[in-house]
Design a protein around this ligand. Structure first.
Ligand code: TMP
Length: 246
């Protein structure tokens, strides 16, 4: 077998080609960035932790009928995935107000939203991933109207499954970011990763607004014990078997 050729290096992962053009290999890095890479660091063991958490959550979602790019995870920091064309749209689902929603609307941190909010962002680092309107998304031809509606419905379905799962782990799923891709048949598959890098996760056993944080906000806000937060999410996630209808 030839040495794998690097297709793309992102901030947290590297994508390699494999001998099969329909399959790519994702390598999860320990590197961490925030605020569009203005803040950079390294979280020891993050690559393996995020790969293991994403693996478990993709399997959970597949068991609930959500099509994902995940094939298998042959090594602790490696995931084999179906080759897809990533849509340049970051789909964020919010259950509780935090982060940019609070900064941009004045809604208080921790406010439980009456219903989940789906926010779409243009995935473009040089523009700072701006918030999209549906009209702008269509103007820029980032997706069709039908695809945009499918993204919204899939994101809400994923939110229901993940919220219930994290609840069983004693963790509140505050918000999270998803990316989707199109396969050769133009089917929409959930792609990228689902991990403490891409979710806000609050420990239900803690009331304190700094102590409860188990995700990348520990790094973004210099809260300390970043690895410990990620490790605790991993342990709780792996302790919950994947159950249908759970
Ligand atoms: P936000 O509050 O900064 O808009 O973030 C919403 C969610 O999306 C949060 O769980 C973190 C995640 N996220 C990413 O995964 N990547 C990003 O580049 C950003 C800005 C947020």
């Amino acid at each position: 077998m030839n040495a794998p050729s690097k297709l793309y290096e992102g901030k947290a992962k590297i994508l390699y080609a494999t001998d099969d053009p329909g399959i790519l290999l994702t390598y999860f890095k320990d590197d961490a960035t925030a605020f569009n890479a203005q803040k950079r660091g390294n979280i020891a063991g993050k690559g393996a932790i995020n790969c293991a958490i994403s693996t478990h959550l993709f399997q959970l979602l597949e068991a609930h009928g959500i099509a994902t790019h995940w094939i298998d995870s042959p090594a602790p920091t490696e995931m084999r995935v179906k080759a897809v064309k990533i849509l340049p749209i970051e789909v964020v689902v919010r259950n509780i107000a935090a982060g940019s929603l609070c900064q941009q609307t004045g809604i208080a941190l921790g406010t439980v939203l009456a219903e989940p909010l789906v926010d779409l962002y243009y995935k473009n680092d040089s523009l700072g991933d701006p918030l999209l309107t549906l009209q702008r998304l269509l103007l820029m031809q980032l997706a069709t109207a039908e695809q945009a509606e499918q993204l919204r419905l899939k994101a809400l379905a994923i939110n229901q499954i993940l919220s219930a799962f994290f609840q069983s782990c004693g963790i509140t799923l505050v918000d999270f970011k998803l990316e989707f891709g199109l396969d050769a048949q133009q089917q929409i598959l959930l792609a990228d990763e689902i991990s403490p890098d891409t979710c806000r996760l609050w420990n239900q056993a803690e009331r304190d607004p700094a102590r409860r944080v188990m995700d990348k906000d520990r790094f973004r806000q210099d809260l300390g014990n970043v690895e410990a937060g990620y490790q605790q999410v991993l342990e709780r996630v792996l302790a919950q078997p994947i159950q249908l209808g759970g």
